[in-house]
Structures are given as structure tokens and as C-alpha cells.
Design a protein around this ligand. Structure first.
Ligand SMILES: [Mg+2]
Length: 484
């Protein structure tokens, strides 16, 4: 095993809430974007085109065909205001810090008026938690722009267009326009992680029971998992040998709160048998619910670690409803942490300037007090008929005012430099939206959710192999600002 201090930052597992892996008896894995890493650009472009075709088939103007997929425009963690056709980035204190209407940035005043003048209700908006949302919202932004520059050509509100969009995406998934293409050419759409099998085998050898819990259907799951693990290890020629239980079509997040039975999938025909009374290795199940899974397997909720990429579907529900422990895979961290490492000196200089600002501000405050005090004493002196003293004090104040003015100018300058340095740093991470986890120096709404709901998080699932299967992950989060 690699020594931890030699790990690159993106290889590390980060801890929000202490977790003793020794107490974990079963590890469940989501498939899409967790075990299966997608070549996102190829996949999102495909989803974009397939869905766009459905718009045209449904009678939307055929010139929509010219719309372009722009893979770099969006990041996860944004919110969509479907009524106004806007996309928002929100900080951890619910302030909208960046807003776009279609592909056009809203100016500060408009943004403030629309979103920050009264308390912001995130639940009124659509949250872009999943990678699948990226191409969806990108297409929405394209159509918003089209509607603005071609008034009257689409006689619908933005919200109605979004409702159609959802419908067409579901249709593209259901009728195979996306998945068939993916399965015809998996090399194009998936990235094989050569360490995936090693990670799974290490966990199995440590006595953990592994299970797969995915919303994808059986034929898709089988094809993807075969591509990922079919030839990964000669000890396990069939990918199903890695998993004690395989559950497809699980309907998360409903899986964590519902009471649906498990059905066995007859793998040859993809048909279902009657509700299953037990879960057996080597068989494939569909549906089910978390309570029943615990009952049939004998694992308590806190003995199960669930690994997923979807903060709402995989993580909030599994932790909130059944108390499973959670590992969130945040794929973007891999690139972002490398980038942020590069930008560390830039951040240092921001903090240095913030220090300078504090010093300058304090000096300014001292000057201001002195000026006020002199003015007060000058008035008293005048009242007492001591004109000389009053004059002396007022003369001193003139010099002090000049100094204060200089400090004030410097302060504005430093402020501007800080703002500029932060903006440059952000733009280096992503030209439009900055970092996934930050808004300037503050946390983003997304980061707040990661902190609240994921016990531990990392950039890719195979990073688990760097840590002992009995590792105690310790959180230092309970340290308060005054204890640092
Ligand atoms: Mg997933």
C-alpha cells in the first residue's frame, strides 16, 4: 500500500464525519459515474443530440438542429430557474453569486434584484446534482437563447419548454437512442479504471460483502459491468463474482424510503419473477427497498457503506432515511485539486493582501478617531476662547485628513486587487463558474451539501484501495474557529 503522505491530493479520501471501516460489513456501489466512469464529453454530446432530435420530431422549429453542444459551459451544483430561463451559482449562505440567462451573464443589479433582495428559496429551483443534468441544462440554455432571438417561434413559456425537455430525455433513455449507441461503442463512452478490480478484491479479501445497487436496467448494467470488469482479473472472469448481491432498476432515491419488494430478473429474457423472499449470490434482483435489504441480509444500516456520485439520489436519502454510511464520489475534484494545487501561491497572495487590508483598515480607523477627537477638542477650545489651541488642533487635523485619504485610497486599491486575484483564480478553475466547491473564498451550496451529507468523499472510487479496509477515518470538523 502506498504511504498516505505520498498520496496526491486527488487520491485522498476526505472526512466529514468519522467513520471506522472496521465496523463496515457491507459496501454497496452505485454504477453510473461511480464504478463506471463516463467519457463525459462524448456521452453528454450524444444525450444532447438525441434529445434535440426529439424536440424536432415533436414539431419544434427544425432550425433548432443547428444548436451546438458546449461541453465546457456548465458545472454541477448549479441551480436552474426554469421560469426565467436562468442558471445560478449559489454560495453556502444562499446568495446567488453568478447568474446567466441562457448564455448571457446577468449584471449585478439584475441578479441582486431577482434573487438576493429577499430570502432565497433553493427548493423553488432545479438542482443540477447529476452529470446527466449537464447536457440537459445546456440544451435548455440553447433553447432559451433561441427563443430570445426568435420571438414567437416557440409559443411556450421557459418552464413548459423545460417540461418537454424532461419528457424528451426520458424518451431518449427509454427508446434506446442513448443507451443503444453507448453499448455499441463502449470504448468511446467509458473510461476503464485499471485499479477498480484491485480495490474490489481488497475489500472482498478483508471480508466485506460487496453489492451493486443501480437504477440502470439489467441489460445495460450487464453490458457496462462486463466492459469494466469482464477481463480485469483472471480470478473473477464474470463481473458478478465480485458482488454478493446485484440490484438493478432500484428506483433510488425511492429505494431508501419505499417498500417495494425485490423481484428476481430472469437474465436470459430480462423478465421478472414473483417477489423474492431472499437475496442470493449469482442472481439478479430488481426494485426492492433499503429496509428489506437490511432485513434479508442481516446488516444494520450503520454497517453498510454506500458509495455513489449523486448527492440527492445516493447520499442524502441513504444517510437520512436508513442511516447508511456514505462515500460520495466527486469526480471533478481530480482536476480541480490539481488545478488548486497549482494555484496555491495565488491563494497565499490573496490572504497576504487580506492581511495588508486589515492593517491598513486599522490604521485608518485610528486616524479617524484622532480626527474626531481633535475636532471635538477644537470646539471646546473655541468655546473657552482659546483660539490658538483650536487653530493648532485644526491644522493637525488637516494633515491627518490627508493621511486618512491616502489610506482610504490604498484600501480601495487593495480591495480591487483582492477581488481581481480571486476572480483570476476562479477563472483558472472554470472560466464561467469557478470552482465546484467554492464561491470566491466562501463555500458553495454544493460544498455545504457535501459536508452535511457525505461521511467521506473522494474523486474516484478506486482511491479506496489506498486505505486499509479497517481504516478509521477521523473527522477534525468538530473543531471550532477559536480552537484552531
Ligand atoms: Mg450514479
Amino acid at each position: 500500500m502506498t504511504k498516505r503522505n505520498k498520496l496526491e491530493k486527488w487520491q485522498k479520501i476526505f472526512v466529514n464525519r468519522s467513520l471506522n471501516m472496521g465496523n463496515i460489513r457491507a459496501i454497496g456501489f452505485d454504477m453510473d459515474h461511480t464504478l463506471a466512469m463516463y467519457n463525459r464529453e462524448a456521452f453528454e454530446a450524444l444525450a444532447f443530440r438525441a434529445t434535440l432530435q426529439k424536440f424536432i420530431d415533436a414539431g419544434y422549429p427544425s432550425e433548432l438542429e443547428r444548436l451546438q453542444f458546449k461541453p465546457e459551459f456548465l458545472i454541477r451544483g448549479l441551480l436552474v430557474d426554469m421560469d426565467r430561463g436562468n442558471i445560478l451559482k449559489v454560495d453556502g449562505h444562499k446568495y446567488v453569486k453568478t447568474a446567466f440567462h441562457g448564455h448571457t451573464r446577468l449584471d449585478k443589479e439584475t441578479r441582486h434584484k431577482l434573487y438576493n433582495s429577499e430570502s432565497f428559496k433553493a427548493y423553488e429551483f432545479l438542482s443540477m446534482d447529476s452529470f446527466f443534468a449537464l447536457s440537459e441544462v445546456q440544451l435548455f440554455a440553447e433553447i432559451v437563447d433561441y427563443m430570445n432571438s426568435n420571438p414567437g417561434k416557440i409559443q411556450k413559456s421557459f418552464r413548459e419548454v423545460y417540461a418537454d425537455l424532461r419528457k424528451f430525455i426520458d424518451k431518449s433513455h427509454a427508446d434506446g437512442s442513448i443507451k443503444d449507441e453507448v453499448l455499441r461503442n463502449p470504448e468511446k463512452f467509458f473510461i476503464r479504471d485499471k485499479h477498480l478490480a484491485t480495490m474490489l478484491i481488497r475489500a472482498m479479501d478483508a471480508g466485506k460483502h460487496l453489492f451493486l445497487l443501480t437504477n440502470s436496467n439489467w441489460p445495460y448494467t450487464d453490458a457496462v459491468m462486463t466492459f469494466l470488469l469482464g477481463e480485469a482479473s483472471s480470478d473473477f472472469p464474470d463481473w458478478r463474482q465480485y458482488f454478493r448481491y446485484v440490484i438493478v432498476g432500484s428506483g433510488k432515491p425511492g429505494f431508501f424510503t419505499g417498500s417495494q419488494p425485490f423481484y428476481e430478473v430472469v437474465t436470459q429474457s430480462n423478465l421478472l419473477t414473483a417477489a423474492a423472499a431472499s437475496l442470493e449470490q449469482g442472481k439478479i434482483y430488481q426494485g426492492g427497498n433499503a429496509q428489506l435489504l437490511q432485513h434479508l441480509t442481516g446488516f444494520r444500516g450503520d454497517e453498510i457503506l454506500y458509495v455513489g456520485d449523486h448527492i440527492y439520489g445516493d447520499i442524502i436519502r441513504s444517510k437520512g432515511s436508513v442511516n447508511w454510511r456514505t462515500l460520495l464520489v466527486v469526480e471533478e475534484l481530480e482536476k480541480e485539486l490539481l488545478k488548486l494545487e497549482e494555484l496555491r501561491p495565488a491563494l497565499q497572495s490573496v490572504y497576504t493582501r487580506i492581511g495588508d487590508r486589515e492593517v491598513c483598515d486599522e490604521e485608518l480607523q485610528i486616524l479617524r478617531s484622532k480626527i474626531a477627537s481633535n475636532a471635538r477638542q477644537a470646539k471646546i477650545a473655541t468655546d473657552r476662547g482659546d483660539a490658538r489651541k483650536a487653530q493648532h488642533l485644526l491644522a493637525e487635523n488637516e494633515k491627518l485628513l490627508e493621511k486618512a485619504h491616502e489610506k482610504q485610497t490604498l484600501l480601495v486599491e487593495i480591495d480591487e486587487q483582492i477581488k481581481q486575484a480571486i476572480a483570476e483564480r476562479e477563472a483558472n478553475v472554470h472560466p464561467v463558474w469557478g470552482s465546484l466547491m467554492k464561491v470566491g473564498l466562501e463555500r458553495s451550496r454544493f460544498a455545504n451539501q457535501v459536508e452535511s451529507y457525505a461521511c467521506i468523499y473522494t474523486s474516484r472510487v478506486s482511491n479506496l484501495r489506498f486505505y486499509s479496509p479497517f481504516k478509521r477515518f477521523t473527522s477534525y470538523h468538530d473543531i471550532l474557529p477559536h480552537e484552531v
